[in-house]
Design a protein around this ligand. Structure first.
Ligand code: CA2
Length: 147
């Protein structure tokens, strides 16, 4: 069965508690529920994880090789700063979709640049929590087209 890693970066554990105008009212646990429901509908399995630590995210991306068929990655602010996470995605060779709740292109200039976009199969942003099931659909399509 197709297996997806849904990986969330720094501060996303705070989702639903602050800045609802930008990130919405759903908590990370609500997002996980949404992903589990989508996984059932698609007939895939998922692992859902979050870390505030760059190295821990790198470790989880490395560990995805041979364990998961695709990664959906909301790397939070590391999107804009982390060559290490970009290199991890490139080296693990597991197809990865970059995901954001907010439309990063409609926000501050420093959010417009993404290191991950260079190595991602695609980018989804601006749809809030609904972006997670959208990304799962997109990944399953991508994997089917590759097969
Ligand atoms: O829009 C996204 O999903 C982001 O990846 C979220 C990151 C931000 O640095 C990226 O530019 C875009 C920030 C996550 C912070 O999440 C919070 C949620 C609630 C309250 C405070 C922070």
């Amino acid at each position: 069965m197709t297996s997806l890693l849904i990986l969330n970066g720094p501060n996303l554990n705070l989702l639903g508690t602050r800045q609802p105008d930008i990130y919405g009212h759903a908590t990370l646990s609500d997002v996980e529920d949404l992903c589990n429901a989508k996984a059932d509908a698609l007939g895939v399995t998922i692992s859902f994880a979050q870390s505030n630590h760059e190295g821990a995210l790198v470790d989880q991306i490395h560990a995805a090789r041979g364990q998961h068929d695709g990664i959906i990655l909301n790397a939070g602010a590391y999107t804009h700063t982390s060559i290490a996470i970009m290199d991890a995605v490139a080296s693990t060779e597991v197809p990865t979709i970059e995901l954001h709740l907010s439309n990063i292109h409609a926000r501050e200039d420093f959010r417009h640049h993404s290191y991950l976009a260079k190595v991602a199969v695609g980018v989804i942003c601006g749809f809030g929590a609904a972006g997670y099931p959208l990304a799962m659909d997109a990944m399953v399509q991508h994997l089917e087209n590759r097969a």
